[in-house]
Design a protein around this ligand. Structure first.
Ligand code: 1CP
Length: 349
């Protein structure tokens, strides 16, 4: 009796596209695919605080699987948050509904940096449990593990919460260069531990979110931020999983952003993928870059824009279709399912 080989996420289109290998069709997933656009998510989350949900293996597993079941996306992204490793270490953070992470005691001095608690890897048992369950459930569909890049995490710690200009962060970076370096080094260690934990438990790819890096000049990014993002990826050692590196508004940083050790550069909607491929240079795949706002438009517009992104993505050595940033909460989930089908149809080899 012959049996089919077990489905292997390491041979999935997502992992292959990330490495620039031929695929059966363009893989697609959505940043923030788990979350408020899904009624089943809102129902499950009702009455549970975000950071409690992020530490409950039953909720983590179910919320991570919901968009995979509903949309047929080519990857799951682990349900958690970039601030979770800090929370587990003991930093006083709350995720406020409709706002985001809010820090009780913002970091404003060298002493504040030194007072930050360290993350004990042994405290991440619930991550290992959740990833193990997910990998068993997902079969051939890869699970993407993720972490926040040191700069983006630093913006929350220094500002005390979400901000637009990140002015305090940039002022601290320039005025307190030693404290800045120490802070980013410490954040790199904690993000690295968080990523390693997910990979060692079975995640098939990782994404480092440097969401707000686009507020920096290329010179400041190269000198004061990039080395710390590189340290996070370096912390993965020789673990053989593709590495995705993403930020918003990074048009000017695209030639640099892969240099942190990425296989895939995530691109927001501002730079077309053929131009992005030119800017990042050879040796990288691209992920992106449909404007999430387009999903709120009529179907003909959605289809036209999806076609454009798929077409322009052919300029890269490999393309993972995604949005240029996260799914907006008002998005009709049926439109997301439609986009998955359309990308697959347009790219079937
Ligand atoms: O499907 C998924 O992507 C879910 C997993 C996930 C991820 C990858 C969540 C759940 N958060 C994140 C990463 C994350 N968290 C990033 C990087 C991605 C991005 O740029 O969007 C950032 C910047 C955060 C910080 C954060 N957490 C924000 C943004 C605040 C700001 O500065 O504008 C918010 C709103 C949160 C809360 C959060 N995280 C995740 C969810 C589903 C929510 C909303 C929870 C709620 O409303 O109760």
């Amino acid at each position: 009796m012959s049996s089919a080989p077990a489905p292997n996420p390491a041979a999935s289109d997502l992992v292959r596209a990330a490495r620039g290998l031929p695929v059966s069709r363009t893989p697609v997933w959505f940043m923030r695919q788990a979350g408020r656009s899904l009624p089943e998510y809102r129902e499950l989350r009702a009455g549970t605080k975000m950071l409690e949900a992020c530490q409950d293996p039953d909720l983590i597993t179910e919320i991570t699987l919901q968009p995979v079941r509903r949309h047929g996306v080519d990857a799951a992204i682990f349900f958690s948050d970039i601030v979770l490793p800090l929370v587990v270490a003991g930093v006083d953070i709350e995720i406020k509904p409709g706002i985001g992470p809010v820090i009780a005691n913002p970091v404003r001095s060298v002493a504040d940096v030194d007072a930050l608690p360290e993350l004990d890897p042994d405290a991440l048992g619930f991550i290992r449990t959740s990833v193990g369950r997910l990998v068993a459930e997902l079969g051939g569909t890869p699970l993407i593990g993720f972490a926040g890049a040191p700069f983006t995490l630093a913006t929350y710690l220094i500002e005390g919460g979400p901000s637009k200009e990140h002015a305090r962060t940039k002022a601290f970076m320039h005025a307190e260069p030693q404290a800045w370096t120490r802070l980013l080094e410490r954040l790199a260690v904690s993000s690295s531990v968080f990523l390693r934990t997910q990979v060692d438990a079975g995640a098939s790819a990782v994404q480092l979110f440097d969401s707000w890096a686009g507020v920096l000049s290329a010179a400041d990014y190269a000198e004061r931020v990039l080395p710390h993002s590189r340290a996070v990826f370096d912390g993965l050692g020789d673990r053989d999983v593709p590495r995705i590196h993403f930020g918003v508004g990074t048009g000017e940083l695209l030639p640099l952003i892969g240099q942190a050790g990425a296989d895939v550069v995530g691109v927001d909607w501002r730079v077309p993928l053929d131009e992005a491929a030119r800017r990042v240079g050879p040796g990288y795949s691209l992920q992106g870059n449909l404007d999430p706002a387009v999903l709120l438009a009529d179907r003909a517009t959605v289809d036209r824009e999806v076609r454009r992104v798929v077409e322009q993505g052919r300029a890269a050595r490999g393309h993972i279709f995604n949005l240029g940033h996260g799914v907006l909460p008002d998005t009709d989930p049926d439109v997301l399912t439609h986009v998955v089908e359309l990308v697959h149809e347009l790219s079937a080899r």
